[in-house]
Ligand binder design. Sequence first.
Ligand code: KG4
Ligand code: ZN
Length: 341
Amino acid sequence: MDLILGVETSCDETAAAVVEDGGRILSSVVASQVEVHAPYGGIVPELASRRHLEMILPVLTCALQDAGVGLADLTAVAVTAGPGLVGSLLVGVSAAKALAYCRRLPLVAVNHLEGHIAAARLEWPQIVHPFVALVVSGGHTHLYHVPAECQYRLLGRTRDDAAGEAFDKVAKLLNLGYPGGPLIEREAARGNPQAIPFPRAVCSDGSLDFSFSGLKTAVVHHLKGYGPTGRAGEAPGDAEVRDICASFQEAAVDMLVERLMRAAQEVGVGRLVVAGGVACNGALRRALTVEAEAEGFELYLPAPALCTDNAAMIAAAGAVRYRRGERAGWDLNATASLPLA
Ligand code: KG4
Ligand code: ZN
């Protein structure tokens, strides 16, 4: 039996978790910083690192207490080393290094994107390779072919904004608040997804890359009154905001689902993993379920709490790397841009 302590501070969530044998969550503590950043309509990196510093020790203590284990019971410490905000990452990396060094525990470095993908293993420990993975979050929209454990081939990525970033920016344009994804989803639930024909960008070279900036710009133009409503200068009413949200969400979902299904067909792999904060979106989850069923694909879509940033997924990914004998040195550093493939 191995007990891995996972530590995650790559963005605006301070998280720690204890996972047994890479698949059973004994504890998972996430301290959100939403209230710190909400007044600014987005993450302020300096405030994020400061809050991580305040929260890291209480969160670590809480994760051990909830799991009912002490430091002496741990097998290894796994920590997100990138990608992410470097000041935020440094807090987790420094804490994990200090802990591992003092307790003579092995230290394992985890790529945050691999962590998101590993969330699927927390729900389906027996999941097998190969599969196609879509990581769709605030900072990333990446499609990978995962032929075997720890092997990743990048199939496509966003050429501009990440999908979650587009949700956040559109929510800001509509004065809905931060983070935008859940707020857009809430408004969209009572709107008409067919009200505004927002564009679905397809790369002319037939690649599996994504682009969300055109969709965001289409919303900007629509709001300026250049769109079908043609009421220049007027702020949209509540009903129109709901229609804009529903139509935007539908366009974003269509693009994500189309690329994932095309990727699976091109690679010839009928097993799909979808993770990252945007994978909490109900419309996306429904569309994925319907399309996967129509195509006869197996879909592994972790519960929403495992899709947003958490440390259980980092411990799960770390457990695999630990078993493969991978160890990070005491010179481990945080890397803001750390490619998975
Ligand atoms: O994975 P995550 O927690 O952090 C990153 O690694 O970025 O993802 C956060 C992103 C934010 O952009 C947020 O707006 C989006 O996920 N998100 C959603 C929903 N819940 C969170 N987007 C659409 N619909 C949601 N329900
Ligand atoms: Zn993330």
